[in-house]
Design a protein around this ligand. Structure first.
Ligand code: GSH
Length: 230
């Protein structure tokens, strides 16, 4: 079996899958795929033109699966242990909701609203759109951080007692915010920050996280005044 994950290290959805594979101890290869530069052959396999894509030689040379959620659940079905899906129906439902919430609301607010405005212009040699990104940090992020803080409460993980897809999906999105220079205030959202520390100590998450952080190391970051308690 050769599993190949196609995408870019800066993509939270791509790192969601790398974290899962490494958590499950599944060997994999990576293939760089830039969704903004790929040709028509990319549209043919994924009309949404998004990364990641998965290849699995067990299914033949032409088999390709797009979408981090489809990929995640495919891998869970194929290699169930150690499971990243909660056993109890209530926790399982909660994990799926939080995966969806992270992939939609967090991804659009953090990704389009903040990360892309800071990072993408710099990749083209232009100045970051700092003011627009800070507007989103001030106007949209506190409400999201409040929800995330209340959702984890005093638990270690978001959906039941064990580490799951919910934790990975949320953490990879917050990681992209940090690459843009924003980390939520630890005094205002202590449970969220404690969660980030907890997941950061897992090799499965830290490995790809550090590779991505290194890719953005030389870029100008947002500077949020600590007095704003954001
Ligand atoms: N629902 C998709 C979203 C994937 C996604 O939005 N990927 C971004 C990179 S982080 C992408 O490929 N963007 C290309 C574009 O916006 O054209 C998933 O879970 O895989």
């Amino acid at each position: 079996m050769t599993i190949t994950v196609c995408g870019l290290i800066g993509s939270p959805f791509y790192r969601k899958i790398l974290t899962q594979l490494s958590e499950k101890n599944i060997g994999f290869e990576t293939e760089m795929l830039n969704p903004f530069k790929a040709g028509d052959e990319f549209t043919a396999v994924n009309p949404a033109r998004r990364i990641p894509l998965l290849k699995d030689s067990d299914n033949g040379d032409d088999w390709v699966l797009p979408d981090s959620s489809a990929i995640f659940h495919y891998i869970e079905r194929k290699t169930p242990e150690p499971s990243l899906l909660p056993a109890s129906p209530a926790d399982y439902g909660r994990a799926l909701w939080l995966e969806e919430y992270a992939d939609s609301v967090l991804a659009s607010t953090f990704g389009l609203g903040v990360f892309r405005r800071v990072v993408f212009p710099q990749m083209q040699g232009k100045a970051p759109e700092t003011d627009a990104a800070l507007d989103v940090v001030r106007s949209k992020l506190p409400e999201i951080n409040d929800y995330v803080e209340a959702t984890i409460g005093d638990n270690d993980w978001f959906a039941g007692p064990d580490f799951s897809v919910a934790d990975i999906s949320i953490a990879v999105q917050y990681a992209n915010l940090s690459f843009a220079g924003y980390v939520p205030s630890a005094s205002r959202w202590p449970r969220l920050i404690a969660f980030m520390r907890r997941i950061g100590s897992r090799d499965s998450f830290a490995g790809s996280h550090m590779k991505a952080a290194a890719a953005f190391a030389n870029m100008e970051k947002l500077a949020v005044d600590p007095g704003e308690n954001l």
